[in-house]
Design a protein around this ligand. Structure first.
Ligand code: HEC
Length: 168
C-alpha cells in the first residue's frame, strides 16, 4: 500500500488541480501540534482519498504529513494551518481529508476521549466504544492494553496493531 501511496503522490505533482478557496476550520491554533513518533506501518493503511492527493502534496511530500500520529484536535489544527499557509480546498474536501487523517493517522486518549473519537481512531463499532467509556467510568481508569482488551467486545488483535494510536 505504501508504494501505491507514493505513486499517487508522485502522479499529482504533474497535475494542476485548482479548486475554490475556503474559510478556516474551527478555532485558531497558536502553537504548532507536535507529531508523535513511530506511526504504524503504512502498508496497514488504505490509500488516501483523491481530495488528499489533490490538496495536500503540492508543497511537501506525503512523508511530511504522516510522519506521526496526531490527536483529532491536532489534525484539525494542522488543516487550519495549511489553509493559512496557502492550501486551497473546499470545506467538503477538508472534511474528507480530516476524516482520512483521523482514521488512519489518529491518536486517542483512551481515558478521556469521547466514544465517537475512540470508534473513529480505533475502528471499533459504536457499541464497543461505548463499552470502553463505560468501563473507564466504572473502574476509574483503563491502565494498559491488557485492561483495554478485557473490555467486552474489544477486538484484541486489531488493537494490538494500533497500539501506537492509543494513549493510556
Ligand atoms: C501551500 C502549501 C501547502 C499545502 C498545500 C499544504 N501544506 Fe502542509 N505545510 C506547508 C508548510 C509551509 C509547512 C511548514 C514547513 C514544513 O514543515 O515544510 C507545512 C507543514 C505541514 C505539516 C507538519 C506540521 C508540523 O507542525 O510539524 C503537516 C502535518 C502538514 N503540513 C500537513 C498538510 C496537510 C494534511 C495538507 C493538506 C490539507 C497540507 N499540509 C497542505 C505548506 C503546505
Amino acid at each position: 500500500m505504501k508504494a501505491g501511496f507514493a505513486l499517487i503522490a508522485a502522479a499529482v505533482t504533474f497535475g494542476t488541480a485548482l479548486v475554490s478557496a475556503t474559510g478556516a476550520r474551527g478555532s485558531s491554533a497558536q502553537t504548532p501540534p507536535q507529531p508523535t513518533p513511530a506511526a504504524a506501518p503504512a502498508e496497514a493503511r488504505p490509500a488516501p482519498p483523491p481530495e488528499f492527493v489533490k490538496v495536500c502534496v503540492k508543497c511537501h511530500p506525503v512523508e511530511k504529513i504522516i510522519e506521526g500520529r496526531r490527536y483529532k484536535t491536532q489534525w484539525d489544527q494542522v488543516l487550519e494551518q495549511m489553509v493559512a499557509r496557502g492550501a486551497i480546498a473546499t470545506d467538503q474536501e477538508l472534511d474528507v481529508i480530516f476524516d482520512f487523517l483521523v482514521a488512519n493517522y489518529g491518536r486517542v486518549a483512551i481515558n478521556t476521549a469521547p466514544a465517537d473519537e475512540i470508534a473513529e481512531v480505533l475502528h471499533v463499532e459504536p457499541n464497543v466504544a461505548a463499552a470502553i467509556v463505560q468501563q473507564r467510568a466504572s473502574t476509574g481508569r483503563i491502565g494498559d492494553l491488557e485492561a483495554l482488551k478485557a473490555v467486552p467486545g474489544v477486538p484484541g488483535a486489531a488493537l494490538e496493531k494500533l497500539r501506537d494510536a492509543i494513549v493510556f
